[in-house]
Design a protein. Structure first.
Length: 295
């Protein structure tokens, strides 16, 4: 039977274990007390002390104690749901054009505006106090702001191209009779040239014949295209309507941001500072958390 030596090292290990247990208990007790009293700011500090120290206390080199902070990892969805109450109240005043839908516990979709065909714009990350915007939709908005500096709209160029194409197709439809007359005249010319061609056809006759054939083929191609032109025009009109609606929605979004923040750049700045600004809003002069309505 193997023997186990007892020495001072075993006492040190026991002390380490006991100290870790005490630290974990203290953390959970503090967390429980913050939850019970809805001290959201303290909860955020307990969730990410490193970020809290940097952005709120302006202290660097403050590592997170992973040994205790991961104790509540399995409660992420429930904590997000709990912390969303005050956060969404705050966002309702700071970003009045955003609306939120909890599609499962602690997970929130962001919608831009309350108008028809409003866009799903991403998700709200409650635990990290940040927006996770849909990259495609966000870039549309950014581009719309850039184009507006030149008095242009997001889809204007595409709409103009499609409208020009519809004009061309309508012209094909409108000139069907003229094409028929041109075809008849060209066919008569082709017959005339053919009747004058012998065994030794001149190069000039060959060139004329080829030129007539090419003109007739062009007319045939136009005729073929005109047969589907009416349907193509209708399809294009539906695309233009959709693009115009998107232009309108983007204009609503731009106006909402300008009315609230003054510029797209200030909107982006507010997004970057959201964590610090929100947590600062949770504390009054005496350091106690207050409701948003009391600020």
């Amino acid at each position: 039977m193997a023997s186990v030596e007892t020495n001072s090292d075993s006492l040190d290990v026991t002390q380490v274990i006991n100290q870790q247990i005490i630290t974990k208990i203290k953390y959970l007790r503090r967390f429980n007390d913050a939850i019970s009293n809805h001290r959201d700011r303290e909860i955020y500090q307990l969730l990410d002390n490193q970020r809290y120290a940097k952005e709120i206390e302006h202290r660097e080199q403050q590592p997170n104690d992973k040994g205790v902070m991961n104790l509540v990892d399995d409660l992420a969805d429930q904590l997000s749901n709990y912390l969303s109450e005050n956060l969404i109240k705050y966002l309702g005043k700071t970003y009045p054009f955003f609306y939120y839908e909890e599609y499962q516990t602690g997970h929130y979709r962001i919608y831009f505006g309350n108008w028809w065909d409003r866009r799903q714009f991403g998700e709200l990350d409650v635990l990290n106090v940040r927006f996770s915007f849909d990259e495609t939709e966000y870039e549309k908005l950014r581009t719309a702001f850039e184009l507006s500096r030149d008095n242009k709209r997001y889809n204007s160029e595409r709409i103009n191209k499609i409208s020009s194409e519809n004009d061309r197709l309508q012209d094909l439809i409108d000139h069907q009779r003229e094409r028929e007359e041109q075809k008849e005249a060209l066919q008569e010319e082709l017959k005339d040239i053919s009747s004058r061609s012998g065994i030794w056809e001149s190069s000039r006759n060959k060139e004329s014949r080829q030129e007539l054939v090419e003109k007739l083929q062009k007319l045939e191609d136009q005729e073929e295209e005109s047969r589907n032109a009416a349907q193509t025009i209708k399809d294009n009109e539906r695309v233009v309507l959709s693009l115009s609606k998107e232009n309108t929605i983007l204009s609503y979004e731009q106006k909402s941001i300008i009315d609230t923040f003054g510029s797209f750049e200030d909107f982006e700045l507010a997004n970057r500072n959201l964590y610090a600004n929100y947590l600062a809003s949770l504390n009054g002069e005496d350091g106690k958390q207050v409701d948003n309505d009391e600020q």
